[in-house]
Design a protein around this ligand. Structure first.
Ligand code: C2E
Ligand code: MG
Ligand code: MG
Ligand code: MG
Length: 288
């Protein structure tokens, strides 16, 4: 007993944990100034209809170039959620993405949507739908061109989530469930809310070429999405082999094969190549 308690208390003060708590404090404090310092930017990654090679949307992905260097969202988003900064940061991302879409529309580019990631804490804010509505009006973007990506974690408060989903659907914005297949209650999430898009996580796609069992699971999830009346996006496509295989399932693809997430001007250049040569992607990745 004493020994294990001693071991635990030793672990509590281990250099690793101390390092990570210092790092977290540094991130928390750097986050406070990040917006006013203009340290954030948004990158855009195309979503491609595999049947015809058309770009149908872009996912907006937040980038932070901070005094601490480039910090990935997987590291700072959880901290931003914890310290509450996620509300103002998330609102900024949504406005930025809508402004970009609005600019593309004014240039006369083809209709696409923009997908914006929204964390559970931000989504469950009772004023979230109102904030979305205000941004849509301010940026002059049609609601149906905006898709909100949530994960099953919003289901921790099912009643609130269901009410907010209804508010957003009344506005006309689209709803996607992200990282499908990675959590504990993915099925529960799609059972309880009506979604427009099911995004299948990269981890479910990674092994399909070498494993019949993985392919059977992926095919079944695609079918599930379609039976629910949702569009299906397969995330993390990196190779021509994967793209060729997925094409048979009539899904939307997203991944480094088509393009990494890029600043808006570069993303638009990749988009141009797709417009010029819509089936070029099936022969070689587009260079930029
Ligand atoms: P996500 O929403 O599932 O986004 C997909 C992630 O996979 C992105 O990582 C993207 O860069 C990466 N990715 C795309 N294609 C490929 C591929 O072919 N191979 C590989 N290895 N990776 C690929 P990123 O940008 O680092 O974002 C990580 C996560 O951070 C996102 O996962 C999302 O959950 C969160 N995130 C990003 N931006 C925001 C934001 O504005 N707000 C919130 N709340 N979360 C965000
Ligand atoms: Mg996402
Ligand atoms: Mg995802
Ligand atoms: Mg994710």
């Amino acid at each position: 007993m004493a020994k294990s308690a001693g071991k635990e208390s030793y672990e509590f003060f281990s250099p690793d944990l101390l390092d990570s708590s210092i790092r977290k404090q540094e991130i928390t404090s750097a986050l406070q100034q990040a917006l006013v310092n203009g340290e954030f930017s948004v990158h855009y990654q195309p979503q491609v209809e595999l049947m015809n090679g058309q770009v149908i949307g872009f996912e907006a992905l937040l980038r932070w170039n901070s005094a601490l260097g480039a910090v990935p969202p997987s590291e700072f988003i959880p901290v931003a959620e914890e310290c509450g900064a996620i509300h103002s940061i998330g609102e900024w991302v949504l406005r930025e993405a809508c402004q970009q879409l609005s600019a593309w529309r004014r240039e006369g580019r083809p209709d696409v949507h923009v997908s914006v990631n929204v964390s559970a804490k931000q989504f469950l804010d009772p004023e979230f739908a109102e904030k979305v509505a205000r941004i849509l009006i301010a940026t002059n973007v049609p609601a149906e061109c905006v898709e909100i990506e949530i994960t099953e974690s919003v289901m921790i408060d099912l009643d609130t989530a269901a009410a907010l989903v209804e508010e957003l659907q009344a506005l006309g914005v689209k709803l996607a469930i992200d990282d499908f297949g990675t959590g504990y209650s993915s099925l529960n999430a799609v059972k309880n809310i009506q979604i427009d898009t099911l995004k299948i996580d990269k981890s479910l796609v990674d092994e399909v070429l070498g494993s019949d069992r993985s392919m059977a699971i992926l095919a079944t999830i695609i079918e599930l999405g379609k039976n629910l009346g949702a569009d299906v996006v397969v995330e993390g496509l990196e190779t021509l082999e994967q793209v060729t295989l997925m094409r048979q399932y009539e899904v939307i693809g997203q991944g480094y094969y088509f393009s990494r997430p890029l600043p808006a001007d570069k993303a638009a250049r990749v988009w141009n190549k797709y417009l010029e040569q819509p089936d070029g992607m099936f022969h070689a990745p587009i260079l930029y």
